[in-house]
Design a protein around this ligand. Structure first.
Ligand code: ADE
Length: 221
């Protein structure tokens, strides 16, 4: 899966993508993540990427043209590129917005199955000129019922959640938690933990090795 992120703050992704499972997924070419900064393609003197909203109101709106230019570069250029994941390239464009459709694991799975390239446009300020959505036929997506200061964190959530749906990204194919009988309660050693004089035990059923009973217990916890 190729992730193409349009953002004016590409650096904020560095630490998360540079560590642990995401780092390995990139180095093993299970995923690629590329950044495109609207500031690099502005036509005005001060590299402005936002302007005041028509009709008035507080805040600034991200201008359409730099974003559309980058989007066209991505869709045209990557079609010519040879990359490891390519069958036929299929693009999906997402604009992150608190008012969008709710993102969940099922959404992540569907997108991973259907597309080879995800273009994620991160908004800042009050939003993005709506003509970006018309032209790119983007889907507005929200990661939850709260407002973030920008789409970058939401993009990171989406990259992480989609990546874990790709075979080989998680070290052990059995470790995709959402695909197995799951429990919110987990325990590891020691079997008996003492805190402030009180003993905390691991539920007996988990220690006894009867997998039928363990599955039953996990359904209810
Ligand atoms: N941008 C700001 N808040 C957001 C949210 N909850 N989901 C997606 N993008 C956002």
């Amino acid at each position: 899966m190729n992730f193409h992120i349009i953002t004016i703050f590409p650096n904020v992704f560095d630490s998360y993508l540079g560590d642990s499972i995401m780092k390995r997924a990139i180095s093993e070419e299970k995923i690629s993540v590329q950044f495109y900064n609207p500031r690099t393609v502005t036509k005005n003197k001060h590299n402005k990427v936002d302007d005041i909203p028509y009709g008035g109101g507080p805040g600034m709106v991200m201008m359409a043209e730099p974003i559309i230019e980058l989007w066209e570069t991505i869709t045209k250029k990557t079609l010519l590129e040879k990359v490891p994941f390519t069958k036929k390239r299929r693009f999906k464009t997402i604009v992150l917005s608190p008012g969008g459709v709710g993102f969940d694991t099922q959404y992540a799975k569907t997108i991973v199955q259907k597309y080879t390239d995800i273009i994620i446009i991160c908004g800042r300020y009050e939003g993005i000129d709506s003509r970006v959505i018309q032209i790119t036929q983007a889907e507005l997506v929200s990661i939850g019922n709260y407002v973030l200061t920008g789409g970058e964190l939401a993009a990171m959530v989406i990259i992480d959640s989609m990546s874990r749906q790709i075979d080989g990204v998680l070290g052990n194919s059995n470790s995709r938690e959402e695909d197995r009988i799951s429990s919110h309660e987990m325990y590891t050693r020691p079997a008996e933990l003492i805190h402030k004089g009180k003993k905390y035990h691991v539920p007996k059923v988990l220690m006894e090795g009867n997998h039928k009973l363990i599955d039953e217990w996990r359904k209810n916890h």
